[in-house]
Design a protein. Structure first.
Ligand code: KG4
Ligand code: ZN
Length: 338
């Protein structure tokens, strides 16, 4: 049987990424991070699309080289259709379209949110694939969703944020503490040396499986302002404890909802995905839940948590198997349903 080689391109936000898959195995997974946004405290769309334009050719070249695959061997080109920043999406889609046309291979449009979930179906040593049905909690800089997954392409959002995404809660908290963007990984780093119970923050009261994070951000802002008025060195002196307490609160909010989702659906198989699933506290808490609640949990390999093209490639592969192809008229979409 001839193997299927897929080139996947991801450019929905501020990372330019390309991957080569051989069937459901990843041969290469390359990401060019854009440092230009750090000094602005957030992603600047105009700068993001310009950086994508500069990065996309070298990133694809490196991905092909690392994989040891020639262009002519490619069987399909998969790309992120959305959701994401329009200018960023357009760089990836235009490139994917011309490449598929030039090589005369199928073009496959991929939903970024499905990709965060289906990343669990990449064959990877030491990682099990979930069996259907399972619950997926997608936690990223743009999304916070609990999804009931009954098949590769049958997914239902059963809970989501009503305001900020959980990644924004991390990043905005970090900004309040004077940390650079994106602050999520830094909160994680400092939290590892702090006391999670040093400061108490209250959890929002949101009915059902939905989330809200904007109140927490305001609460942290007022808390820090008040403490700093009393002691100008409050942040420096307590950074680890503040970060640990913020992270602890966020993890509790997420765990409360996923526990409720397990109870309501009777599904005890829980997967996480998206940038925030890189968080060491969340990974540990979810792992502990296996013993504590008898769940089966799926925690992605670190490099498949934050935005990457390997996850776009695995969706591409499963669509390829079903002959689900697109023609060059397919349009990028800033918002798409799951
Ligand atoms: O999935 P992703 O790369 O991009 C989006 O689609 O949004 O997620 C990025 C988000 C950012 O908010 C970033 O701060 C957060 O993931 N993040 C983390 C960690 N690593 C990345 N948040 C907490 N702890 C981490 N270790
Ligand atoms: Zn993402």
């Amino acid at each position: 049987e001839k193997p299927t080689y897929i080139l996947a391109i991801e450019s929905s936000c501020d990372d330019t990424a390309a991957a080569i898959l051989k069937n459901d195995k990843v041969l290469s997974n390359v990401v060019a991070r854009q440092a230009v946004h750090e000094e602005y405290g957030g992603v600047v769309p105009e700068l993001a699309s310009r950086a994508h334009q500069q990065n996309i050719v070298p990133v694809i070249d490196v991905a092909l080289k690392k994989a040891g695959v020639k262009r002519e061997e490619l069987c399909a080109v998969a790309f992120t259709q959305g959701p994401g920043l329009m200018g960023s999406l357009l760089v990836g889609s235009s490139f994917a379209k011309s490449m598929a046309m030039a090589l005369n291979v199928p073009l496959i449009a991929v939903n970024h949110m499905q990709a965060h979930i289906l990343a669990h179906f990449i064959t990877e040593e030491g990682f099990d694939k979930p069996e259907f049905p399972f619950l997926a909690m997608t936690i990223s800089g743009g999304h916070t969703q609990i999804v009931k997954v009954t098949d590769y392409f049958t997914m239902e959002v059963i809970g989501e944020t009503t305001d900020d995404a959980v990644g924004e809660a991390f990043d905005k908290s970090a900004k309040i503490l004077g940390l650079p963007y994106p602050g999520g990984p830094l909160i994680d780093k400092y939290a590892q040396e702090g006391n999670p119970k040093a400061f108490q923050f209250t959890k929002p009261k949101v009915p059902g499986l939905n989330f809200s994070f904007s109140g927490l951000k305001t609460q942290i802002l007022y808390f820090v302002q008040k403490q700093t008025a009393e002691n100008p060195n409050f942040i420096e002196e307590n950074l680890q404890d503040i970060c640990a307490s913020i992270q602890y609160t966020i993890i509790n909010i997420l765990m409360d909802k996923i526990k409720l989702a397990v109870k309501e659906t009777g599904i005890k198989s829980v997967a996480i995905g998206g940038g925030v699933s890189a968080n060491s506290g969340i990974r540990k808490t979810l792992k502990d839940a296996e013993k504590k609640y008898g769940w089966k949990t799926f925690i992605p390999k670190f490099e498949y948590t934050t935005d990457n093209a390997a996850m776009i490639g695995i969706v591409g592969y499963h669509k390829y198997l079903k002959n689900q192809f697109n023609d060059a008229t397919v349009v990028s979409k800033a918002r798409i349903e799951l």
